[in-house]
Design a protein around this ligand. Structure first.
Ligand SMILES: C[S@@+](CC[C@H](N)C(=O)[O-])C[C@H]1O[C@@H](n2cnc3c(N)ncnc32)[C@H](O)[C@@H]1O
Length: 316
């Protein structure tokens, strides 16, 4: 549901928590490729579906210039993005606390019948990962929450402490492709209640260590897949992505381009398959060279983008 709007140049009020610019800003991924491949031009109206702390939104604002318009949405708080855009954007902007699944309504409210470009930079941002109170990171002693919109749906803590063993195993397998999903679910059910991300991560580490007694170190934290699965589940990320993919042809003007940055194969696959089907239906055409990866230099500077893929399609 639309919870309100933040109109051109006004500050966020009551759109969530932490209007605090001391928190780390998210470094936007693949900015040059995004601007070039979305062919953003001065005067364009563009839609950023994942505003975060406005890294991409500011780059888009610079490209559309004073005659353009940036409309942004995010399920999480928009205050920092609002402050940055107000200070630095050369163009009008409108921010809406909303989810992908209501993007059509947002476009209607903004009075835009078709955007020249739409961007979605999926998943969790550094501004959320690094905020210990959100329970996204392994060492967080805060309650395990993991919701982008903390007013909606059950938190990860509620899921971990109330779902059945079968449901938990299914979540870890379907959304994280976790190899030890059943063993981890069984251990959670024996040891719960669990309160924090750190407790959960430690439990997963113990289960995995028991199964792999010779391993001393891991390339990634052994709880990475379980944490990702819970995050995807509580934020309904795949349902939201599917709703977004279905809405894109309506959000774009003819010839308009959409860019989606994915960070793991489960979401990349959904984008690829939907665009393949939509090509047959004459709704969207993925560009021939898509997807694009970040440059080595960008990965070195910002290792978080190492698994990023930018897919771009146009509305014929
Ligand atoms: C990777 S961050 C984007 C960072 C942003 N591009 C920047 O440069 O600061 C992803 C953002 O998408 C938001 N998000 C994730 N799923 C969403 C959804 N279904 N609807 C709206 N926002 C969503 C998250 O809250 C997060 O702020």
């Amino acid at each position: 549901m639309l919870a309100g709007t933040l109109q051109c140049g006004t500050m966020a009020e009551g759109d969530g928590h932490r209007p605090d610019e001391q928190m780390p800003l998210h470094e936007p991924a693949m900015v040059c490729q995004v601007l070039r491949l979305l062919e953003v031009q001065p005067g364009d109206a563009v839609l950023d579906l994942t505003v975060g702390t406005a890294g991409h939104a500011l780059a888009l604002a610079g490209a559309v210039g004073p005659e353009g318009l940036v409309v942004g949405i995010d399920a999480d708080a928009l205050a920092v993005a609002g402050q940055r855009l107000e200070r630095e954007a050369p163009c009008p902007f409108e921010l809406y606390p909303a989810r992908f699944s209501v993007a059509r309504k947002v476009a209607e409210r903004a009075g835009v019948s078709g955007f020249a470009a739409v961007l979605a930079d999926l998943g969790v941002g550094t501004h959320q990962l690094m905020d210990p109170s959100r329970g996204f990171s392994f060492d967080s002693d805060a309650p395990l929450d993991m919701r982008y919109d903390t007013s909606a749906g059950p938190s990860a803590r509620e899921v971990v402490n109330t779902a059945s063993e079968e449901e938990l195993a299914d979540i870890f397998y379907r959304f994280g492709e976790e190899r030890y999903s059943r063993q981890i679910a069984a251990r959670i059910c024996r040891e719960r209640p669990l309160e924090t991300a750190a407790e959960l991560a430690e439990l997963v580490k113990r289960v995995v260590a028991r199964r792999t007694p010779r391993r001393r170190t891991w390339r990634i934290h052994p709880a990475t897949r379980v944490m990702m699965a819970l995050r995807i589940y509580v934020n309904r990320e795949f349902e939201e992505l599917e709703a977004l993919l279905e809405a894109l042809p309506d959000l774009l003007e003819r010839g308009g381009r959409a860019g989606i940055i994915t960070y793991h194969s489960l979401e990349a696959r959904r984008v690829k398959h939907t665009w393949r089907r939509q090509k047959r239906q004459g709704l969207m055409e993925e560009l021939p060279d898509s997807p694009w990866m970040p440059t080595d230099e960008e990965v070195e500077r910002n290792p978080r983008v190492r698994s990023a893929q930018l897919r771009v399609a146009r509305r014929p």
